[in-house]
Design a binder for this molecule. Structure first.
Ligand SMILES: [Zn+2]
Length: 216
């Protein structure tokens, strides 16, 4: 069973893993996990190498933080809104991985060019509308775009993934970046040949069956 200390440590490990995998640079990117009625989230402006478990911030449902704690990530409203609205999500991973961000800056979602696109929960990885970082407008746009999905791109910004564990949210963000890179490559060669909706339905059904077996 997870306790607060292990979750704080897992957030630090996840931030460092994003850095090591090239999914993030500098102080960008943030990670949260559901805890009690609120969440634990990365602090604002700390590079992963310098991040320690005690710097992770508890944010209560009313948005308050314990006195003396670090300032939470500027995107805390986005994390809080997702965790509040999605009982299937225990963890949220947000990053500015290069290819996902490239597509997001070009106003493109990821179409069904490969069966692994389905790890994001649908036949595409949709694109949330642009709004200023840290704003409630951005949070609401991302929450709406994530409906029924496990990841989306964020216009002119980056990408975000959710999961039942931190490890799964990170794995989905990693796969979204891979599919974004493949799509960028395919676009450079005249554009991908897409899988059709019927095949994506088969794939999504197969992923659902696989998930059930894994949970058994
Ligand atoms: Zn960001």
């Amino acid at each position: 069973m997870s306790n607060e200390t292990t979750l704080r440590e897992a957030i630090v490990v996840t931030m460092r893993a994003m850095d090591a995998r090239g999914l993030n640079r500098g102080t960008s990117g943030n990670v949260s996990v559901r805890w009690n009625d609120g969440m634990l989230i990365t602090p604002s402006g700390v590079v992963p190498a310098a991040l320690t478990p005690d710097q992770i911030v508890y944010v209560a449902p009313d948005g308050s933080t314990p006195s003396g704690s670090s300032r939470p990530s500027s995107e805390w409203q986005m994390h809080q809104g997702i965790l509040a609205g999605r009982s299937d999500a225990q963890a949220v991973v947000h990053c500015h991985s290069r290819h996902a961000t490239t597509l997001a800056c070009a106003g493109k979602e990821i179409p069904p060019l490969h069966y692994m696109v389905a790890v994001a929960g649908g036949s595409s990885v949709p694109l949330a509308p642009y709004a200023t970082f840290g704003s409630n407008t951005l949070a609401q746009g991302v929450i709406a775009t994530l409906a029924g999905r496990r990841a989306c791109l964020m216009a002119n910004h980056g990408q975000i993934a959710i999961g039942p564990t931190l490890g799964m949210a990170l794995a989905i963000a990693d796969e979204v970046e891979e599919q974004a890179a493949v799509y960028c490559g395919a676009l450079a060669m005249g554009g991908p040949i897409l899988l059709d909706e019927a095949e994506m339905k088969n794939i999504l059904a197969a992923f659902a069956r696989y998930g059930q077996r894994k949970d058994d």
